[in-house]
Design a protein around this ligand. Sequence first.
Ligand SMILES: NC(=O)c1ccc[n+]([C@@H]2O[C@H](COP(=O)([O-])OP(=O)(O)OC[C@H]3O[C@@H](n4cnc5c(N)ncnc54)[C@H](O)[C@@H]3O)[C@@H](O)[C@H]2O)c1
Length: 253
Amino acid sequence: MTTQKDRTVIVTGAAQGIGFAIAQSFIDNGDFVAIFDLNLEAAEEAATKLGHAKGFQVNVANEESVKTAIDQLIAERGTVDVLVNNAGLQYISPVEDFPVEKWDLLNDVMLKGPFLTIKHVIPTMKKQQKGRIINISSAHGRMPDAYKSAYCAAKYGVVGLSDVTALETAKHGITCNVIMPGPVRTELIEKQLPKLAEQDGTTVEEALNHHILGKQWMKRLLEPSEIGATAVFLASDGAAAITGESIGVTGGA
Ligand SMILES: NC(=O)c1ccc[n+]([C@@H]2O[C@H](COP(=O)([O-])OP(=O)(O)OC[C@H]3O[C@@H](n4cnc5c(N)ncnc54)[C@H](O)[C@@H]3O)[C@@H](O)[C@H]2O)c1
Protein backbone atom coordinates (compact mmCIF):
# COMPACT_ATOMS: atom_id res chain seq x y z
CA MET A 1 0.00 0.00 0.00
CA THR A 2 1.41 3.41 -0.88
CA THR A 3 0.55 6.47 1.10
CA GLN A 4 -0.52 9.62 -0.77
CA LYS A 5 2.12 12.39 -0.83
CA ASP A 6 1.75 16.11 -0.05
CA ARG A 7 -1.00 15.52 2.50
CA THR A 8 -2.08 18.40 4.73
CA VAL A 9 -0.97 17.63 8.27
CA ILE A 10 -1.68 19.70 11.39
CA VAL A 11 0.74 19.27 14.28
CA THR A 12 -0.12 21.28 17.41
CA GLY A 13 2.70 22.56 19.62
CA ALA A 14 5.19 21.91 16.80
CA ALA A 15 7.33 25.02 17.28
CA GLN A 16 9.76 22.90 19.33
CA GLY A 17 10.38 19.55 21.01
CA ILE A 18 8.45 16.41 20.07
CA GLY A 19 6.00 18.36 17.89
CA PHE A 20 8.83 19.77 15.79
CA ALA A 21 10.28 16.27 15.35
CA ILE A 22 6.85 14.92 14.34
CA ALA A 23 6.54 17.75 11.81
CA GLN A 24 10.03 16.91 10.47
CA SER A 25 9.05 13.25 10.03
CA PHE A 26 5.96 14.21 7.98
CA ILE A 27 8.01 16.66 5.89
CA ASP A 28 10.56 13.87 5.23
CA ASN A 29 7.60 11.75 4.10
CA GLY A 30 6.68 14.39 1.48
CA ASP A 31 3.78 16.05 3.32
CA PHE A 32 2.87 19.70 4.12
CA VAL A 33 2.72 20.62 7.81
CA ALA A 34 0.66 23.36 9.47
CA ILE A 35 2.30 24.22 12.78
CA PHE A 36 -0.39 25.26 15.28
CA ASP A 37 1.40 26.87 18.22
CA LEU A 38 0.77 29.53 20.85
CA ASN A 39 4.12 31.10 19.97
CA LEU A 40 3.77 32.53 16.43
CA GLU A 41 7.38 33.67 16.11
CA ALA A 42 8.70 30.22 17.06
CA ALA A 43 6.09 28.53 14.80
CA GLU A 44 7.19 30.65 11.83
CA GLU A 45 10.86 29.99 12.56
CA ALA A 46 10.13 26.25 12.73
CA ALA A 47 8.21 26.43 9.43
CA THR A 48 11.15 28.15 7.74
CA LYS A 49 13.51 25.42 9.02
CA LEU A 50 11.14 22.66 7.91
CA GLY A 51 10.47 24.02 4.42
CA HIS A 52 7.08 22.73 3.22
CA ALA A 53 5.31 24.12 6.29
CA LYS A 54 3.47 27.17 7.65
CA GLY A 55 3.17 28.56 11.17
CA PHE A 56 -0.21 29.53 12.63
CA GLN A 57 -0.80 31.26 15.97
CA VAL A 58 -3.29 29.01 17.73
CA ASN A 59 -4.31 28.57 21.33
CA VAL A 60 -5.62 25.00 21.23
CA ALA A 61 -7.65 25.66 24.38
CA ASN A 62 -9.73 28.35 22.64
CA GLU A 63 -12.47 27.21 20.22
CA GLU A 64 -12.50 30.43 18.17
CA SER A 65 -8.73 30.29 17.71
CA VAL A 66 -8.83 26.61 16.66
CA LYS A 67 -11.78 27.06 14.28
CA THR A 68 -10.30 30.17 12.63
CA ALA A 69 -6.96 28.43 11.92
CA ILE A 70 -8.58 25.23 10.61
CA ASP A 71 -10.94 27.24 8.34
CA GLN A 72 -7.97 29.23 7.01
CA LEU A 73 -5.93 26.07 6.41
CA ILE A 74 -8.82 24.39 4.57
CA ALA A 75 -9.31 27.54 2.44
CA GLU A 76 -5.60 27.41 1.49
CA ARG A 77 -5.04 23.66 1.14
CA GLY A 78 -8.52 22.22 0.48
CA THR A 79 -8.66 19.77 3.38
CA VAL A 80 -6.95 18.29 6.43
CA ASP A 81 -5.64 14.74 6.02
CA VAL A 82 -3.82 14.23 9.33
CA LEU A 83 -4.22 15.83 12.76
CA VAL A 84 -1.60 15.32 15.46
CA ASN A 85 -2.53 16.71 18.89
CA ASN A 86 0.78 17.28 20.62
CA ALA A 87 0.69 20.66 22.43
CA GLY A 88 1.27 20.25 26.14
CA LEU A 89 2.87 21.45 29.33
CA GLN A 90 3.68 20.22 32.80
CA TYR A 91 3.10 21.52 36.33
CA ILE A 92 4.46 19.77 39.41
CA SER A 93 2.76 19.96 42.82
CA PRO A 94 1.30 17.63 45.46
CA VAL A 95 -2.44 17.29 44.86
CA GLU A 96 -3.39 19.12 48.09
CA ASP A 97 -1.38 22.20 47.00
CA PHE A 98 -2.22 22.05 43.28
CA PRO A 99 -3.38 25.54 42.17
CA VAL A 100 -6.82 25.36 40.51
CA GLU A 101 -5.72 27.70 37.71
CA LYS A 102 -2.84 25.33 36.84
CA TRP A 103 -5.25 22.36 36.93
CA ASP A 104 -7.53 24.22 34.51
CA LEU A 105 -4.65 25.27 32.24
CA LEU A 106 -3.19 21.76 31.88
CA ASN A 107 -6.59 20.17 31.25
CA ASP A 108 -7.61 22.98 28.87
CA VAL A 109 -4.49 22.55 26.73
CA MET A 110 -4.11 18.74 26.82
CA LEU A 111 -7.73 17.52 26.99
CA LYS A 112 -10.04 20.29 25.79
CA GLY A 113 -7.46 21.21 23.10
CA PRO A 114 -7.57 17.78 21.39
CA PHE A 115 -11.39 17.78 21.70
CA LEU A 116 -11.60 21.16 19.91
CA THR A 117 -9.22 20.29 17.06
CA ILE A 118 -10.89 16.90 16.55
CA LYS A 119 -14.35 18.55 16.57
CA HIS A 120 -13.31 20.98 13.83
CA VAL A 121 -11.39 18.60 11.51
CA ILE A 122 -13.95 15.79 11.47
CA PRO A 123 -16.35 17.49 9.00
CA THR A 124 -13.63 17.83 6.31
CA MET A 125 -12.28 14.32 6.99
CA LYS A 126 -15.81 12.89 6.72
CA LYS A 127 -16.30 14.74 3.42
CA GLN A 128 -13.26 12.98 1.93
CA GLN A 129 -14.06 9.72 3.79
CA LYS A 130 -10.45 9.54 4.96
CA GLY A 131 -8.41 10.94 7.80
CA ARG A 132 -5.91 10.20 10.53
CA ILE A 133 -6.04 11.57 14.07
CA ILE A 134 -3.14 10.94 16.43
CA ASN A 135 -3.17 12.13 20.02
CA ILE A 136 0.04 12.41 22.00
CA SER A 137 -0.72 11.21 25.53
CA SER A 138 2.14 9.90 27.69
CA ALA A 139 3.29 6.84 29.60
CA HIS A 140 1.54 8.86 32.34
CA GLY A 141 -1.68 8.22 30.42
CA ARG A 142 -1.61 4.68 31.83
CA MET A 143 0.76 4.90 34.81
CA PRO A 144 0.73 7.60 37.51
CA ASP A 145 3.64 9.66 38.82
CA ALA A 146 3.65 11.73 42.02
CA TYR A 147 2.88 15.48 41.81
CA LYS A 148 1.38 15.20 38.29
CA SER A 149 -2.35 15.00 39.06
CA ALA A 150 -3.48 17.45 36.35
CA TYR A 151 -1.08 16.03 33.76
CA CYS A 152 -2.17 12.44 34.42
CA ALA A 153 -5.86 13.42 34.46
CA ALA A 154 -5.50 15.03 31.02
CA LYS A 155 -3.33 12.23 29.60
CA TYR A 156 -5.63 9.43 30.86
CA GLY A 157 -8.61 11.50 29.64
CA VAL A 158 -7.31 11.84 26.10
CA VAL A 159 -7.46 8.03 25.79
CA GLY A 160 -11.22 8.12 26.40
CA LEU A 161 -11.64 10.98 23.92
CA SER A 162 -9.63 9.03 21.31
CA ASP A 163 -11.54 5.79 21.79
CA VAL A 164 -14.92 7.52 21.37
CA THR A 165 -13.63 9.43 18.32
CA ALA A 166 -12.32 6.18 16.79
CA LEU A 167 -15.69 4.47 17.37
CA GLU A 168 -17.75 7.34 15.96
CA THR A 169 -15.60 7.82 12.83
CA ALA A 170 -14.67 4.22 11.96
CA LYS A 171 -17.27 3.97 9.17
CA HIS A 172 -15.87 7.11 7.50
CA GLY A 173 -12.31 5.92 6.78
CA ILE A 174 -10.96 7.87 9.75
CA THR A 175 -8.68 6.37 12.37
CA CYS A 176 -7.89 7.82 15.79
CA ASN A 177 -5.04 6.51 17.93
CA VAL A 178 -2.91 7.51 20.89
CA ILE A 179 0.87 7.52 21.24
CA MET A 180 2.15 7.24 24.81
CA PRO A 181 5.76 8.45 24.84
CA GLY A 182 8.11 7.62 27.68
CA PRO A 183 10.75 10.18 28.68
CA VAL A 184 11.87 12.17 25.64
CA ARG A 185 14.84 14.54 25.48
CA THR A 186 12.99 17.92 25.48
CA GLU A 187 12.61 21.11 27.52
CA LEU A 188 9.49 19.70 29.19
CA ILE A 189 11.62 17.05 30.94
CA GLU A 190 14.59 19.34 31.63
CA LYS A 191 12.39 22.03 33.24
CA GLN A 192 10.56 19.69 35.66
CA LEU A 193 13.66 18.02 37.13
CA PRO A 194 14.66 20.81 39.57
CA LYS A 195 11.04 20.98 40.87
CA LEU A 196 10.85 17.20 41.34
CA ALA A 197 14.20 17.26 43.17
CA GLU A 198 12.96 20.08 45.43
CA GLN A 199 9.71 18.22 46.28
CA ASP A 200 11.61 15.03 47.15
CA GLY A 201 14.60 16.75 48.80
CA THR A 202 17.03 15.03 46.40
CA THR A 203 19.49 16.03 43.69
CA VAL A 204 18.39 16.58 40.09
CA GLU A 205 20.22 13.39 39.07
CA GLU A 206 18.41 11.38 41.76
CA ALA A 207 15.10 12.89 40.56
CA LEU A 208 15.91 11.87 36.96
CA ASN A 209 16.60 8.31 38.07
CA HIS A 210 13.69 8.07 40.54
CA HIS A 211 10.88 9.72 38.54
CA ILE A 212 11.99 9.34 34.93
CA LEU A 213 14.54 6.60 34.20
CA GLY A 214 14.11 4.43 37.31
CA LYS A 215 10.97 2.76 35.97
CA GLN A 216 12.10 2.59 32.34
CA TRP A 217 13.71 -0.61 31.01
CA MET A 218 16.12 0.91 28.46
CA LYS A 219 17.45 3.51 30.93
CA ARG A 220 17.77 6.24 28.30
CA LEU A 221 15.91 9.35 27.25
CA LEU A 222 14.13 8.76 23.94
CA GLU A 223 14.81 10.92 20.89
CA PRO A 224 11.90 13.10 19.62
CA SER A 225 12.33 11.52 16.15
CA GLU A 226 11.32 8.13 17.62
CA ILE A 227 7.87 9.60 18.32
CA GLY A 228 7.79 11.18 14.83
CA ALA A 229 8.44 7.82 13.17
CA THR A 230 5.50 6.23 15.02
CA ALA A 231 3.18 9.11 14.07
CA VAL A 232 4.08 8.78 10.38
CA PHE A 233 3.44 5.03 10.56
CA LEU A 234 0.00 5.51 12.18
CA ALA A 235 -0.85 8.01 9.41
CA SER A 236 0.23 5.64 6.61
CA ASP A 237 -2.12 3.59 4.43
CA GLY A 238 -0.53 0.46 5.91
CA ALA A 239 -2.01 1.40 9.30
CA ALA A 240 -5.57 1.75 7.94
CA ALA A 241 -6.97 -0.96 10.25
CA ILE A 242 -5.38 0.37 13.43
CA THR A 243 -7.89 2.48 15.34
CA GLY A 244 -8.84 3.05 18.97
CA GLU A 245 -5.38 1.89 20.07
CA SER A 246 -2.92 3.37 22.55
CA ILE A 247 0.65 2.61 21.56
CA GLY A 248 3.48 3.00 24.05
CA VAL A 249 6.79 4.32 22.70
CA THR A 250 8.46 4.19 26.06
CA GLY A 251 11.71 2.26 26.00
CA GLY A 252 9.85 -0.28 28.12
CA ALA A 253 7.78 0.45 31.20
N1 LIG B 1 9.04 15.30 26.81
C1 LIG B 1 8.62 14.13 27.25
O1 LIG B 1 9.37 13.34 27.81
C2 LIG B 1 7.20 13.70 27.02
C3 LIG B 1 6.82 12.41 27.42
C4 LIG B 1 5.51 12.00 27.21
C5 LIG B 1 4.61 12.84 26.60
N2 LIG B 1 5.00 14.08 26.22
C6 LIG B 1 4.00 14.93 25.55
O2 LIG B 1 4.48 15.32 24.27
C7 LIG B 1 3.95 16.61 23.94
C8 LIG B 1 5.08 17.55 23.56
O3 LIG B 1 5.96 17.66 24.63
P1 LIG B 1 7.40 18.39 24.52
O4 LIG B 1 8.27 17.73 25.50
O5 LIG B 1 7.81 18.46 23.11
O6 LIG B 1 6.99 19.84 25.10
P2 LIG B 1 7.62 21.28 24.80
O7 LIG B 1 7.39 22.07 26.05
O8 LIG B 1 9.04 21.16 24.30
O9 LIG B 1 6.72 21.84 23.60
C9 LIG B 1 5.35 22.10 23.78
C10 LIG B 1 4.85 23.00 22.68
O10 LIG B 1 3.44 23.19 22.89
C11 LIG B 1 3.14 24.58 22.67
N3 LIG B 1 1.93 24.94 23.42
C12 LIG B 1 1.75 25.00 24.77
N4 LIG B 1 0.51 25.42 25.05
C13 LIG B 1 -0.14 25.61 23.88
C14 LIG B 1 -1.44 26.04 23.52
N5 LIG B 1 -2.35 26.39 24.45
N6 LIG B 1 -1.77 26.11 22.21
C15 LIG B 1 -0.85 25.79 21.25
N7 LIG B 1 0.41 25.38 21.53
C16 LIG B 1 0.76 25.31 22.83
C17 LIG B 1 4.38 25.32 23.18
O11 LIG B 1 4.45 26.65 22.67
C18 LIG B 1 5.50 24.40 22.67
O12 LIG B 1 5.89 24.75 21.36
C19 LIG B 1 3.15 17.09 25.17
O13 LIG B 1 1.78 16.79 25.00
C20 LIG B 1 3.74 16.24 26.29
O14 LIG B 1 2.84 16.07 27.35
C21 LIG B 1 6.28 14.54 26.41
